[in-house]
Write a protein that binds this ligand. Structure first.
Ligand code: GLC
Ligand code: GLC
Length: 654
């Protein structure tokens, strides 16, 4: 990165030279002062990052100026209401760590038809207690080839079937008035092949060909591919796509119609910065950075998680903190847990999906043992205290078994074999399996495979209903509640995949739609069943039982500061089937992953949690006597606290 003193001095000189050129963009005096203060704060690191990424270019200073001019323009255009939110969040930077935080995610069309429809369902979000709503990609995209919206043709146009940008802004504002933060994707690794840049590249414009990674023949692609992982080996094997119109190969990590952007080109960084800040200005409060691992490439590497990928995100972060500090980044890195952690930081992504917890919850349900879950969480749950995990059990994507092989090996488990078992288990091939899942992208070369399916189907509800067996149904319902009890109590932000709160099972109708029939992820992207949702108030129905229990747990969480983000100590309960952790020294959570009753010794608990005289199970509101042995029923979970803590007093039925 060059001589440090030189960089610091060069940054100072550049900033003083740039400020007078930026000031005319922001004529309002008070506004300019805010912008200047923030820019002065962020500039040293921003300069260093951009210098590292683009300093080798003769026109570095030109691009630096363009980037800052764009930031200043986007700041000028930022609505006053959002600027006020910026100021509020600067004073309250840990707003996303509260016990009140509760996330939900859905597809606009599948949940409510349109953005206006989503707006009409705000009361439903309130019923669930949501404070965070992730709407799946809703931008203009190719009619068929769009990977569920993850092939974006314009970041500034809403898919007309869903509504308009005005509708989106109105929805964001309305949500905010109801204390719900809008979460949208920033699909920044690639655009669709119908994006204007792609069209112009196809028409032969060299400037736009340089927005992507294009090759005249297979020489370099072949060399790169020796080290690359195939993400969609069944649909689009390899990582490059031939374009007959221009006789070139373009880099396509994902599907053939998703063209990877070339971030080695500073013009791409500047252009995508504007798209990112445009989204911020529509009222987005959490920006989900899609596929972060892939944004930088280098020959001879896997082209995943390279240092420059972090620099790109950190540079975006620095600029977002200048223009739109109310918005935080969430990283979507579904990779080895060591790499997942590297994206997490106040100056990179304060929020991150927790795929390790997610896949190990399913691993523990399959094995009925919690040792890999416990061992991995002891190692991997701690992250910087000013950040937070987003904990989930299901999302729109497949489940990949991305736990660390080293963690498994430390317990004598062979990761490769274990993944084969888990895949067999969740596709129902393993004898006695309760799960109804589908294979996703089997790769015969590596024998790698992932799993599709709704939580309820993977937890056994689909099979149990087919067999109409009350005990199996009971177990399936308890499994669904068990894993949700963990994401609701382990810290971070819990994220519900909407539909799961009703116990929605797989929907196989996607097979009739040729555009998506080859992508089994659609089995767990059903249309929201509002008829079924109508049963949610009736606890005598399965739907009602799941919904009522989950909303009750959410309410308990919101009333209990010990369940906010913060310290979580996972420990060995002495029973291989019972997962246990203590939250902020105050709440003890226990979860039995087996279908048999399981004992836990008082002594094993007392070593980690000073057992209060009167203990209440916050999950039920019942007093919980703790004798020498505490017994958990099949798949039972408990949130134990001192009676009278967390407003439990009113709820207690001694
Ligand atoms: C992310 C999305 C996934 C999509 C991929 C490519 O991983 O979650 O659905 O296929 O990015 O954009
Ligand atoms: C891979 C990618 C992840 C993406 C998924 C889509 O796991 O790492 O980003 O969501 O594929 O299936």
């Amino acid at each position: 990165m060059g001589d440090d003193a030189w960089v610091i001095r060069e940054a100072q000189v550049s900033l003083e030279r740039l400020l007078p050129r930026l000031q005319p963009v922001i004529p309002d005096r008070a506004d300019w002062q805010v912008f200047e203060r923030r820019l002065r704060g962020q500039f040293p690191r921003l300069f260093r990052l951009l210098l590292h990424l683009y300093g080798w270019r003769y026109d570095f200073f030109y691009h630096l100026e363009q980037i800052l001019l764009a930031a200043a323009q986007m700041y000028r255009e930022r609505p006053a209401e959002l600027k006020a939110l910026d100021v509020q969040r600067e004073a309250d930077p840990l707003w996303f760590q509260r016990e009140s935080m509760m996330g939900g995610v859905c597809y606009v069309d599948r949940f409510a038809g349109t953005l206006q429809g989503v707006r009409e369902h705000i009361p439903y979000f309130q019923e669930l207690g949501l404070t965070y709503l992730h709407l799946m990609p809703l931008f203009l995209a190719p009619a068929e080839n769009n990977d569920g919206g993850y092939a974006v043709s314009s970041y500034r146009e809403v898919n007309p079937a869903l509504g308009s940008m005005d509708d989106l802004r109105a929805l964001a504002t309305d949500l905010r008035r109801h204390q719900i933060s809008l979460v949208l994707d920033f699909v920044f690794n690639h655009t669709s092949d119908e994006h204007e840049w792609a069209r112009r590249a196809l028409a032969g414009e060299e400037r736009y060909q340089a927005y992507y990674l294009m090759f005249d023949d297979r020489t370099l692609p072949d060399q790169y591919e020796r080290h690359l992982r195939e993400i969609f080996p069944e649909q689009d094997p390899g990582s490059f796509t031939y374009l007959p119109q221009i006789n070139k190969w373009v880099w396509t990590t994902f599907r053939r119609f998703q063209w990877d952007l070339n971030y080695a080109n500073p013009e791409v960084f500047g252009a995508m910065l504007q798209e990112m800040l445009f989204l911020a200005n529509q009222g987005v409060e959490v920006l989900r950075l899609d596929a972060v691992a892939f944004v930088w490439k280098r020959m001879g590497t896997t082209c995943e998680n390279l240092p420059e990928a972090h620099m790109i995100i950190q540079a975006f972060n620095a600029l977002a903190q200048v223009v739109a500090p109310a918005m935080v980044f969430k990283s979507e890195a579904i990779v080895h847990p060591d790499f997942v952690a590297q994206y997490i930081g106040r100056e990179e992504c304060p929020l991150s999906y927790n795929p390790t917890l997610m896949n190990l919850l399913w691993e523990a349900l399959a094995t009925r043992e919690v040792r890999l879950l416990r061992h991995s969480m002891i190692k991997r749950l701690p992250i910087p205290t000013d950040c937070a995990w987003v904990n989930y059990v299901r999302c729109h994507d497949d489940i990949g078994w991305s736990f660390a092989d080293e963690d498994a090996a430390e317990l004598g488990i062979n990761g490769f074999d274990h993944r084969q078992f888990l895949n067999d288990f969740y596709t129902g091939r393993f004898p006695g399996s309760f799960a109804s899942g589908l294979p996703f992208n089997y790769n015969p070369r590596t024998r790698d495979m992932r799993i599709s399916g709704m939580a309820a189907s993977l937890a056994g509800l689909e099979q149990a209903l087919q067999r109409a067996d009350p005990l199996l149904i009971e177990h399936a319902v308890r499994r669904i509640l068990l894993i949700h009890s963990i994401i609701l109590s382990i810290g971070g932000i819990p994220l519900l995949y909407l539909g799961d709160e009703l116990g929605t099972i797989n929907d196989y109708r996607y097979r009739q739609n040729p555009a998506i029939a080859d992508d089994s992820r659609w089995v767990h992207r059903p249309f929201f069943d509002w008829q079924r949702a109508a049963e949610r108030t009736d606890p005598a129905t399965l739907t009602g039982r799941i919904f009522q229990t989950l909303t009750h747990l959410i309410a308990v969480r919101k009333a209990c500061p010990a369940l906010a983000n913060g310290q979580t100590e996972c420990f060995d309960t002495g029973n291989p089937h019972v997962f246990g952790y203590v939250r902020q020294g105050r709440v003890l959570a226990l979860a039995n992953f087996s279908e048999h009753p399981q004992p836990v010794a008082q002594a094993a608990l007392a070593a980690h949690w000073p057992i209060p005289r009167r203990v209440v199970n916050l999950a039920t509101g019942q007093l919980q006597p703790i004798g020498e042995i505490l017994e958990l029923e099949a798949y039972q979970f408990m949130w134990l606290a001192e009676a009278d803590a967390c407003g439990s007093a009113g709820a207690i039925n001694p």
